[in-house]
Structure formats: C-alpha cells, structure tokens
Design a binder for this molecule. Structure first.
Ligand code: 5GP
Length: 197
C-alpha cells in the first residue's frame, strides 16, 4: 500500500468565487460533521480588522511563504488576486492519519493541485445564484477596496468556467441553509458508502 492509500481520512475541497458564502458554509459543515476538520491556510494577504491569526488564516510574510514553498511545507499554493495562499502539508497529513474529513477552502488552482496528489479528494464548487448577487455580496461585506472588488469579480467568471470542467459537485448558494444541507449530504455519503471508516 502506498503512502496515500495507507491514510484513513479523506480530503474535501470547497471552492467558489469571493463573496459566494464559502466561509460560512465550511464553518457550518465543521460544526455539523464530527469528523470534519477545517484546514487553516497560510497567506501573505494583510489581516482584516475582523480576522484572527491562526483562526481565519496564518498571516505570514512573503519571505516566510517562499521559505515554506522551498522546504516543501505546502500541499498546494497559489497566487490569488496578488497575494499568496497555501495549505500547510503537515496539518493535513496529521488530520488524515487521524481519520478526519479534512476540509480545504481553497481556490480552483489549488483544488486542481490537491486533486493531482489525492485523486480521491472530493471537489465541491459553490455557485452564486446570479452575477448580480455576487457583486452585491462582495460590495456589502465592505472588506475590499473598489480595485480589489473589480479584480475579484473578474476572477469569479474565469474561476466558475474552469470549475465547471473539473469539480464533481456544483452547489448553488441561493438559500444558505439549503446549500449547507447539500454539502453535508455530499460529505455524509462518503461515510455511508464506506469510503471513510
Ligand atoms: P480571501 O482573501 O477572500 O480570504 O480568499 C481569497 C481566495 O483565496 C478564496 O478563493 C479562497 O478560497 C482562496 N484561498 C484561501 N486559502 C487558500 C489556500 O490555502 N490555497 C489556495 N490555493 N487558495 C486559497
């Protein structure tokens, strides 16, 4: 048995455009599924007023990020809207060995990298009900400058097109509770099919 098959857990990748409600959905999934554990990414993006280091992200310098890439410490990484984001490899390995369902809330570039290493990872993409709702949500959260909002909206369409090609599950977040239920059901199926012990 190779190193990957010997691991007991399972990876679930959750992606979607900025403002689609991914963070809310993933936090709920972790609350509702006992075995689920959310991976905390590292990023070079500045911390917003409401975010906490080690909870929302590990906020690190560009130099530290490059060092981690060089030392093979990241399972995947990508430049998203001009900042670097990556998944710490050791934490994912630990959680998989403990039989956890590891939730990675990452972008499509990262999702594809993870799928190449873990072909049995489940890929879920969260879609907005319409383009208009997405721009409203990004603007209303009041976190980004107008330049960043524009970048995020441009990126969203490209990301949606790419995800439709390679993500196994597309979940539309029109009604938040329904989107959460759908994601939970997809993940619970892994257990009933005995894909996870
Ligand atoms: P935000 O700045 O809004 O928190 O995140 C911007 C984008 O980066 C989101 O699409 C988010 O899913 C993605 N992201 C967050 N963490 C990671 C990561 O570790 N790797 C990759 N590839 N993308 C990430």
């Amino acid at each position: 048995m190779n190193e990957i098959n010997a691991k007991k857990g399972k990876i679930v990748i959750i992606s979607g455009p900025s403002g689609v409600g991914k963070s809310t959905i993933t936090k709920k999934i972790v609350e509702l599924i006992d075995e689920a554990s959310l991976s905390v990414s590292v990023t070079t993006r500045p911390k917003s007023m409401t975010e906490k280091d080690g909870i929302d992200y590990w906020f690190i310098s560009k130099e530290e990020f490059q060092k981690r890439i060089k030392n093979g410490m990241l399972l995947e990484y990508a430049n998203v809207f001009g900042n670097m984001y990556g998944t710490p490899k050791d934490k994912v390995d630990e959680a998989l060995e403990a039989g956890k369902i590891v939730i990675l809330e990452i972008d499509v570039q990262g999702g594809k990298q993870v799928k190449a290493v873990y072909p049995d990872a489940i890929m879920i993409f969260i879609l907005p009900p319409s383009d208009e709702t997405l721009s409203e949500r990004i603007e209303n959260r009041g976190r980004d400058s107008s330049e960043t909002i524009e970048k995020r909206l441009d990126g969203a369409n490209a990301e949606i097109a790419s995800a439709k090609q390679c993500y196994e599950y597309l979940v539309v977040n029109e009604d938040l509770q329904q989107a959460i239920d759908e994601c939970v059901q997809i993940i619970q199926q892994l257990k009933t099919k005995n894909i996870i012990s």
